[in-house]
Ligand binder design. Structure first.
Ligand SMILES: NC(=O)c1ccc[n+]([C@@H]2O[C@H](COP(=O)([O-])OP(=O)(O)OC[C@H]3O[C@@H](n4cnc5c(N)ncnc54)[C@H](OP(=O)(O)O)[C@@H]3O)[C@@H](O)[C@H]2O)c1
Length: 318
């Protein structure tokens, strides 16, 4: 019994590896549109795809970002896009239509994202959620819906940038909520697009050193949240909680953040260039060994672990 089981597993694993390693014969006729290319993963991905011969359409939030990217990589084309503004999304989609013509759009990478403010849920205002969801969730959804007809024409691919925090909600604020949202959107889109040949992949990076994980901006945003708290709420947490919370953020951002962004862009490249893109990609050792396994644990174990590790409010129920 066991030798047979082992043999079947081995054959399955080898088959999977061979299938996973098969690449598309040519990419030089394929257009890929990427959002949030000013910095971070989007910037690196745009340059790498252009080097590999893809026709890259890189959307930047700022004119400075677009100029710098255009100078660094003349092979790609840039456009300005603020994913939170419907007029900007429509203009960018019109531009993409003009670029791709009858071929349609082969790839869309929804990468633009913001993280702050993150912190205890009680410290948030509804607007804090709105701002993050507007970029990470509604923005990505709006861009996808605008470009879907072009993606259908090319039997193309959508690559959505989620996070391990879209599998395990470890902190309050709009970030985890927005990433859970993009996971659900991707799953429904993949199922709805099945018969049209449009493939949808989700990339779930762990923690990487980019502007999103910049310690100074996280600390400044936490300080703002703390300063605006009602006296009664602030008292219930206590100064010590705030300082310990900052310490935990410092630890995560300095110890966990990986500087090798190519671990993420390689996943995105595979999703765009493999004959059989995967449904989910996890990028980074912390994603593979810590966050994703933890996301499968019973909630009470994760709750207890986080409650033990994270700072405790001054006036808690004992
Ligand atoms: N770094 C990580 O540890 C990590 C982990 C998991 C997932 N992610 C996700 O990866 C994606 C890329 O982030 P990153 O880490 O590469 O950080 P990043 O360097 O800050 O990249 C985010 C990009 O999105 C742009 N952007 C912000 N608001 C936008 C808007 N309204 N419209 C269009 N573009 C906008 C930013 O432009 P500006 O530079 O001009 O602000 C920036 O270029 C995000 O979705 C993020 O949530 C990151």
């Amino acid at each position: 019994m066991w030798p047979w089981l082992l043999l079947v597993s081995l054959v399955w694993a080898v088959g999977w590896l061979v299938r996973d390693g098969r690449a598309l014969p040519s990419v030089s006729d394929k257009h890929v549109f990427i959002t949030g290319c000013d910095s971070g993963f989007g910037n690196l991905l745009a340059r790498r795809l252009a080097q590999r011969g893809f026709r890259v359409l890189a959307a930047c939030l700022t004119p400075q970002g677009a100029e710098a990217l255009g100078r660094a990589c003349p092979a790609l084309r840039t456009v300005l896009l603020d994913v939170t503004r419907p007029d900007s999304v429509r203009r960018a989609a019109e531009w993409v239509r003009g670029q791709v013509g009858d071929r349609g759009l082969f790839g869309l990478v929804n990468n633009a994202g913001v993280a702050n403010p993150i912190g205890p849920t009680e410290w948030m205002a509804a607007d804090d959620y709105r701002r993050v969801l507007a970029v990470n969730a509604v923005g990505a959804i709006e861009v996808t819906l605008e470009l879907l007809p072009l993606l259908k024409r090319a039997r193309g691919r959508v690559v959505n940038t989620s996070s391990v925090l879209g599998r395990l909600s470890a902190n309050g604020g709009g970030y985890c909520v927005s990433k859970y949202c993009i996971e659900a959107f991707s799953d429904s889109l993949r199922r709805d697009m099945y018969h049209f040949g449009v493939k949808v992949s989700i990339v779930e990076p762990g923690f990487f050193k980019t502007a999103v994980t910049n310690l100074e901006s996280i600390e400044a945003s936490l300080q703002q949240l703390w300063d605006r708290l009602a006296p009664e709420t602030r008292l219930s947490y206590g100064e010590e909680f705030f300082h310990k919370y900052l310490k935990v953020q410092r630890f995560i951002m300095t110890m966990l953040c990986d500087a090798d962004l190519s671990k993420v862009t390689r996943c995105m490249e595979h999703a765009l260039s493999a004959r059989h893109p995967r449904t989910r990609y996890s990028a980074g050792w912390d994603a593979k060994l810590l966050w994703l396994p933890a996301s499968y644990l019973p909630a009470f174990i994760v709750d207890f672990t986080l409650a033990t590790i994270l700072p405790k409010p001054a006036h808690r129920v004992r």
